[in-house]
Design a protein around this ligand. Sequence first.
Ligand SMILES: *Cc1c(COP(=O)(O)O)cnc(C)c1O
Length: 361
Amino acid sequence: MKRVYNFSAGPAMLPEEVLKQAAEEMLDYRGSGMSVMEMSHRSKVYESILEKAKADLRKLLNMPEDYEILFLQGGAHTQFAMIPLNLMKNQEADYIVTGQWAKRAAAEAKKYGKVNIVADSSDKTFSYIPDCTDLPISERADYVYICENNTIYGTKFHSLPNTKGKILVSDVSSCFLSEPMDVTRYGIIYGGVQKNIGPAGVTLVIIRKDLIPEKVADFVPTMLQYKIHAENNSLYNTPPAYGIYICGLVFEWILRQGGLTEMQRRNQDKARLLYDFLDQSKLFYGTVRKEDRSLMNVPFVTGDPELDALFIKEATAFGLLNLKGHRSVGGMRASIYNAMPLAGVEELVRFMTDFERKYAK
Ligand SMILES: *Cc1c(COP(=O)(O)O)cnc(C)c1O
């Protein structure tokens, strides 16, 4: 068996320890005589998996009781609709557009109300985070929306926008649990888990309980009502039970490593190694404004698309996989989530050093 270093933006690497544990428990989950995949989601044994996952996530984030944890389906994309459908009371919201995902979320929200784009970094291909200290926040806005880590462009909000008292909604798909965060500063924190936490098919939503509306418009599908999922402990219908179980194993793994402070330390070490290399390289350079760089997604280029393609080809042959940049930006992108070991980034930097030696003019 040979495991590769997988730099994919998502689905992405999972901790090897977690995969091994899942393999060991595959045929007989802790004496139940069956796989978690085969279990009733209403069984006692599954209930314990779900409750443990929720308790561990609460512990990891030091999350107060007035926040609800929901395990949903439909990916981040479904939240693009669910958020306005549940939160828009004035039929108006403010969006900060820092990339494709925020743009898509804004376009979806527009179906249900007035969307104000209060900041936008498309003028420089989303390579920076705009100044959000004094935005024209709308009087009637029901919430302010951000995509906290921009997976495609490799930017991150290192400080949260000043929402002038409005509720903050954040898509954390590609940075969730990569570092400590203060949950109380948000109304909703959500993300698809397939980037940094688990397998595709689970969407995590953390919502302040008082924001879950008693009543929504009559046309809102039952499955798109936060209230339904909150009242039923994410068991209104059959949940993605196996995926939730894996998320739970990952939460336990993070706790064993030392929690989010330790994740942050490791992620900073990995990112520093790669960015320091890029900053001194004569061939490669990073595409993002330095102060806005993401710890999770690191886009870089040589400036020559043919050389970029050659780099990706040679890296793949070497066992460094999925380094191709998003189709909308080209170049390369290394996604170095929690489960990417430091050794993987060291290997990448060694490989880039050799490549540079061979091809730099
Ligand atoms: C991947 C990604 C999405 C899209 O997620 P799906 O689960 O495929 O809907 C949305 N937002 C961010 C920040 C992402 O990285």
